[in-house]
Write a protein that binds this ligand. Structure first.
Ligand code: CTP
Length: 397
């Protein structure tokens, strides 16, 4: 089931070049099963036609306050009455100014003023308009009124300039909307997550590491943030983008990861150890590049790394600990043994071969009540299911 299935969204489109991105955003909403009502300003119709958005939404697009087709002629109330969220993307500087000051001189601004649901805006404008003191003031006013301001982003602009003011990409607006609509099951909780591999140097250019893309750990951090938690992500080397509203701390070795985690574990309510931590580090690692000596194969002396999860679980006031296990066989048996050995309430296990680097996976959760199978799905969806499971376990403690 998609995260937006049957969610009722009103997509407002205002008049800027980025209006073409609204079509892509709408397509993402519709593909996710959302029920989307589109409302365009008059200026927006100069950039994309209502016909385009109507075809994508599968229902009429409204642009006019005085549309006789709307029941009881109360368009300003009727169209947003059953909506769970209004998202205005793109939102021009002018439209943001209207919202900030409570003006209602067209259908979309009137709907926003008369709404009962949350409102999000994705600003899109020339960099100088965004930098203008009035626009910054208006964005601040909107934020303090509880409006979610998504972006803007920096980059090339339609006017040929480069700077801050581009609309955030449709996929990122979509992700923000998912987060805004997610049940806040971890509100007020502090969640600490480890992700990615660790890298244990042999010399300045070589090292020992584990296969891990970090995708599952980042997905867990994202899902926890969506659920309203205050999330810190301690990450080994990855090439991934930090999820929104997540504080990220970069580390390289297992010992650095342990130090970063132990400094924060006391204040955490939940610790999710997703990192593929190297079990050993190299004693006497060289800080220069070692040269080959023909005919001599060097041997490495290894020392055990700290078991971060076991250390956190052994704290006197340990957070709720969740472990991950990647096994190549005997999943159930090894997973339960690992959970008992590390003394943790919940362990998520998967078959290693199937998960590495992929965008989807299948997980089995093991807790005191037995096992819960999460069938193959994108990692973010599994992460949301895992976060939901953690929230239920926390609530029943
Ligand atoms: N973990 C950790 N610190 C370590 C090693 C593992 O925090 N030094 C965490 C991982 O993040 C994961 C879980 O412990 O949540 C994995 O357990 P572990 O027993 O270390 O897994 P493997 O290394 O795969 O163990 P084994 O080789 O025994 O299968």
């Amino acid at each position: 089931m998609s995260e937006l299935a049957s969610r009722r969204i009103l997509l407002g489109v205002t008049g800027g070049v980025a209006a073409y991105k609204a079509a892509e955003l709408l397509r993402l909403f519709v593909k996710a099963g959302a029920d989307v009502q589109v409302v365009m300003t008059d200026a927006a119709t100069r950039f994309v036609t209502p016909v385009t958005l109507q075809a994508l939404a599968g229902r009429p697009v409204h642009t006019d306050m005085w549309d006789p087709g709307i029941a009881n002629n109360m368009a300003h109330i009727e169209l947003s009455r059953d909506r769970e969220l209004i998202v205005v993307a793109p939102a021009t500087a002018d439209f943001m100014a209207k919202l900030a000051h409570g003006l209602a001189d067209d259908l979309l601004s009137t709907l926003c003023l008369a709404r009962e649901c949350p409102l999000a805006v994705a600003p899109a404008m020339n960099r100088q308009m965004w930098d203008n003191a009035a626009t910054r003031r208006n964005a601040g006013l909107l934020r303090s009124d509880g409006v979610a301001v998504i972006g803007p982003a920096a980059g090339d602009q339609a006017c040929g300039e480069t700077g801050m003011g581009r609309m955030v990409e449709p996929g990122d607006v979509y992700a923000e909307v998912v987060a805004l609509l997610a049940p806040k099951t971890l509100a007020g909780r502090r969640v600490l997550v480890t992700a990615g591999p660790t890298f244990e140097p042999i010399d300045a250019v070589r090292g020992i590491t584990n296969l891990s893309s970090g995708k599952m750990g980042y997905a867990v951090a994202q899902a926890a943030a969506e659920a309203g938690a205050d999330v810190t992500l301690v990450s080994g080397p990855t090439s991934l983008v930090t999820p929104a509203r997540v504080a990220r701390i970069d580390v390289t070795t297992a010992r650095e990861m342990r130090d970063a985690v132990m400094a924060r574990a006391g204040g955490a309510d939940v610790f999710v150890a997703v990192a593929a931590v190297a079990d050993y580090h190299v004693l006497d690692a060289k800080d220069h590049k070692m040269k080959k000596q023909p005919g001599v194969a060097p041997s490495l002396k290894l020392a055990e790394n700290p078991d971060i999860l076991a250390e956190v679980a052994a704290l006197p006031r340990a957070p709720f600990c969740v472990g991950f296990a990647a096994e190549t066989e005997n999943l159930r048996e090894y997973a339960q043994a690992k959970r008992t050995k590390k003394k943790i309430p919940l362990l998520a296990a998967n078959l290693a071969r199937e998960a590495f680097g992929a965008d989807d996976n299948a997980l089995t959760l093991f807790d005191d009540h037995g096992e819960h199978v999460l069938p193959r799905a994108p990692k973010i969806r599994l992460a949301r299911a895992l976060v939901g499971h953690v929230a239920r376990m926390l609530a029943s403690r």
